[in-house]
Unconditional design. Structure first.
Length: 283
């Protein structure tokens, strides 16, 4: 699949949503409207302030779509809070998947550097990972720079900007959070349809991790890693001038959005594994 438009294209492997065993649950009534979803979040104690202060983990709630009536909420702050609480578990789940791959990659790279031979299964996994990240020359340093997380603050800010805080027609119609388009043979490009918000977030992160337009972002992230510093949204946003035709003005918009909404506090958020009580599926 090719993603393009104002964002450079990239081919990605499709992957399913997290399994039901990994998710918390909401009832169908809870997700029937934005107002009901907000009340459900409050009832279960899902507070952005508590998450931002590290007092609680983020509940593993993976909604397939943003409530279609989100824009009907009368209060802007509530609208933003609902959107962020929908998005944060998805971003953390994608990052967790990548972090697991990165940990295994670093282990295999260390073993190769020490002159140890890899098992056939490890070699096969490493080759498949390299193909997925468009690294075909065996360059482990390049692969390590690509298999890395995107700070939640950056993903949250860009999804908010690109989707109008989850209220755009594109998001309502096709879960397209980041304005991705798809090449159609013999036709003009069309807006990409995603089966779920999770799929859209994965496409966005993979795009940042693979396309040449974001080499600067990956270099900045690798430099921070070499200094023992975890990736930081405010530090990396400067490398996004190639993401939009607006260039540096777009960077300024994202930086201001991150600052006004204190999104950097979520860069250390953790995805929880269980919630108290019994809830029905939200899928």
């Amino acid at each position: 699949m090719v993603l393009q438009g104002s964002r450079p294209p990239v081919r990605i492997a499709e992957r399913a949503m997290p399994s039901a065993a990994e998710t918390a649950y909401l009832s169908r009534e809870d997700i029937s409207s934005a107002a009901r979803l907000d009340r459900a979040f409050q009832r279960m104690g899902y507070s952005l302030d508590d998450v931002g202060q590290g007092l609680t983990d983020v509940p593993p709630l993976f909604l397939a779509q943003v409530p279609k009536d989100l824009d009907d909420l009368p209060d802007t702050d509530t609208k933003k809070a609902v959107f962020l609480r929908v998005m944060l578990p998805l971003v953390l789940a994608v990052d967790e998947e990548i972090a697991n791959d990165r940990a295994r990659l670093l282990d295999l790279a260390a073993r190769k550097s020490a002159g140890q031979s890899l098992s056939p299964s490890d070699s096969q996994w490493l080759n498949a990972l390299a193909r997925r990240y468009d690294v075909e020359d065996g360059n482990l340093k390049k692969l390590i720079s690509r298999v890395d997380v995107v700070p939640p603050s950056l993903a949250l800010a860009q999804s908010a900007e690109e989707s109008g805080w989850g209220t755009s027609q594109l998001v309502r119609r096709s879960q397209n959070l980041f304005g991705h388009t798809v090449e159609v043979p013999g036709e003009e490009t069309a807006m990409r349809n995603f089966a779920s918000l999770y799929e859209a977030v994965r496409a966005y992160v993979h795009n940042l991790n693979t396309h040449r337009a974001y080499d600067e972002l990956r270099r900045a992230r690798a430099t921070a890693r070499a200094r023992g510093i975890a990736p930081d949204g405010q530090a990396l946003v400067a490398a996004l001038h190639g993401y939009s035709e607006r260039g540096d003005a777009y960077v300024g918009t994202i930086r201001a959005l991150m600052r006004r909404n204190d999104l950097v506090r979520f860069d250390r958020a953790r995805l929880g594994r269980a919630l108290p009580g019994r809830m029905a599926s939200a899928s």
